[in-house]
Ligand binder design. Structure first.
Ligand SMILES: [Zn+2]
Length: 334
């Protein structure tokens, strides 16, 4: 999933159909193997998976898909982020508040285009930072996440009410929200179209959907292949290119409004973790790899320098519309 200490996507407890062998986009069973890989970020398993490309529609996916119970084990319990855990975590939280501004601005613009006084739902909201930073009036921001712990932090730290569960069974009436956001969610799902259809149901007419996923049509994937952090084996089930995501949005009743290829939160950190996965802060925390506080400080500093050094390349990549993530605003078709 996404990079560094910013993980907010849902823990895997998918309320989705059983895994399939066929391509989720076109049903084709034939594929071409691109790479082999294992969980190099968190080390939750030594099992080797394939990254394959559909012969028919060229969608890239993990193969085979783990069944839901297995997939659940690939998400460490502290997969999301607790800002109050330590001083270093508080500093990291400050950094997160700075770098999430891209996302906040993008969502605000979508909100400005939605009907007045719209409600906002953030799917895979984690600790609720994005919703808090939107600074909406009370009772206008809601979160959804699989993690009860994340929901508790979102409420106690950020004052955001969060429901726990899947979007396909979320406790909201149809036509409730003006804006629904899904940052780094779709690539974790067996059936992303079910989520998009559910989002469409929950949106008001003219409502806006904001989605962000790693973009397999990026330079980093071309350059680093199996080592590209955006693959996040075995947690990412589908590796969308921008065009795959757009086709899926169109097929589920949305019209693309605009795209953004750079994310200060995700793209430089992703390249840093591609180059030095052993320095990735979330990976170190999950693997308890730091030993002493001093070792942690040194590794944090090294990672931060690497991240800063990654900004020019990732900005260039994004300027050429080949950024390692893509953020899309789509309008609900009538
Ligand atoms: Zn296909």
């Amino acid at each position: 999933m996404q990079q560094g200490p910013d993980a907010t996507a849902p823990q895997a407890a998918p309320a989705n159909p059983a895994p399939r062998d066929a391509c989720p986009a076109c049903g084709e069973r034939e594929f071409r193997t691109l790479f082999r890989g294992t969980d190099r970020l968190f080390g939750t398993t030594e099992e080797v998976f394939l990254i394959v490309e559909c012969r028919q529609c060229r969608l890239i996916r993990l193969f085979p898909w783990p069944d839901p119970e297995k997939l659940h084990q690939y998400y460490p319990p502290d997969y999301w982020f607790d800002p109050a855990a330590s001083t270093a975590d508080s500093l990291a939280e400050l950094w997160r508040r700075i770098v999430i501004r891209d996302h906040v601005r993008f969502v605000r613009r979508a909100l400005a285009a939605a009907p007045p006084d719209s409600l906002v739902l953030d799917v895979g909201c984690g600790g609720g930072l994005l919703l808090r930073e939107l600074h909406l009036p009370e009772h206008r921001a809601f979160g959804l996440d699989f993690s009860l712990d994340a929901a508790a932090v979102a409420w106690s730290t950020n004052g955001v009410p969060v429901a726990c569960g899947a979007l396909t069974r979320a406790p909201f009436r149809p036509c409730t929200f003006g804006v629904i956001t899904m940052f780094h969610v779709l690539e974790h799902l067996y059936d992303p179209s079910a989520y998009l259809e559910a989002a469409r149901e929950l949106l008001v007419p003219e409502g806006r959907l904001v989605v962000q996923v790693p973009n397999a049509a990026c330079w980093q994937f071309l350059l680093f292949g199996a080592n590209w952090n955006g693959l996040d084996v075995p947690r990412h089930l589908i590796h969308f290119r921008e065009s795959d995501l757009e086709a899926l949005l169109e097929a589920t009743g949305f019209e693309i409004v605009r795209r953004k290829h750079f994310s200060l939160r995700d793209n430089p950190a992703g390249l840093a973790s591609t180059l030095a996965p052993w320095l990735d802060p979330m990976g170190r925390r999950v693997r308890r790899a730091d030993g002493s506080p001093r070792a942690r400080l040194l590794k944090d500093a090294a990672y931060f320098l690497l991240l800063l050094a990654a900004i020019p390349f990732t900005a260039l990549e994004a300027a050429c519309r080949a950024g390692s993530t893509v953020m899309i605003e789509a309008r609900r078709k009538p």
